[in-house]
Write a protein that binds this ligand. Structure first.
Ligand SMILES: [Zn+2]
Length: 204
């Protein structure tokens, strides 16, 4: 295998849910594409980095209208309930919840999960940002921990809850979790809308 093929397979293998076999298929697919299609793809990837910003409050990626814009449309929307904060692992979970149209509060994207309670794992999440967000806002009455019903999601939920309970100065809010009913080991983004909706409504 040539070095450039190896390199691309290695890069694609790092994508979520893509193993070396799928990565290999991507590369062989790309080889057969005409040059214009390759250019379209590379410029779309380039634009992603130039046009997309992460919201300074919730870390949801969005496309700002100008260079000073730093809040996503959800955080900027005065009609959202600013007493509710839903903590999700990743952007796609936020999208799944938004699609149900049953939640009108704000979000926080953690950026992953912890597999263990090791310091390195914990440092990769935006837990410190989350705590600062809650303290600075000061108005949340309920924090909904909406991590996935996977072992990592559960470990992350335990960790966040512990951190929230140790917040100083103490801020009073309710901590809730999504109701059972989501497939165990599954992920929010693969749950059908109805299941997700009822898990949300039945949170406790
Ligand atoms: Zn935001």
């Amino acid at each position: 295998m040539s070095d450039s093929v190896k390199k691309l397979i290695e890069l694609f293998s790092k994508f979520p849910a893509v193993g070396p076999r799928t990565a290999g298929r991507f590369v062989f697919y790309l080889m057969k594409l005409p040059k214009e299609k390759i250019n379209e793809l590379t410029s779309a990837i380039g634009e992603l980095k130039n046009k997309i910003k992460f919201c300074v409050l919730c870390f949801n990626p969005f496309e700002p209208q100008d260079t000073i814009e730093n809040l996503c449309p959800i955080c900027k929307n005065p009609l959202r309930n600013n007493q509710l904060l839903c903590v999700v692992e990743k952007e796609t979970d936020l999208m799944s919840i938004e699609n149900t149209k049953k939640y009108n509060g704000l979000y926080f994207v953690l950026g992953g999960t912890v597999a263990t309670m090791k310091k390195n794992d914990i440092d990769n999440l935006r837990i410190q940002n989350l705590l600062e967000r809650i303290k600075a806002h000061g108005k949340f009455t309920e924090i909904i921990i909406a991590t996935n019903p996977t072992p990592e999601g559960k470990a992350t939920s335990v960790l966040i809850e512990r951190k929230l309970k140790n917040l100083t100065p103490v801020i009073v809010f309710k901590i809730t979790h999504l109701a059972q009913g989501l497939p165990v080991g599954g992920e929010l983004e693969y749950a059908d809308e109805e299941t997700l909706e009822s898990a949300f409504e039945g949170r406790k």
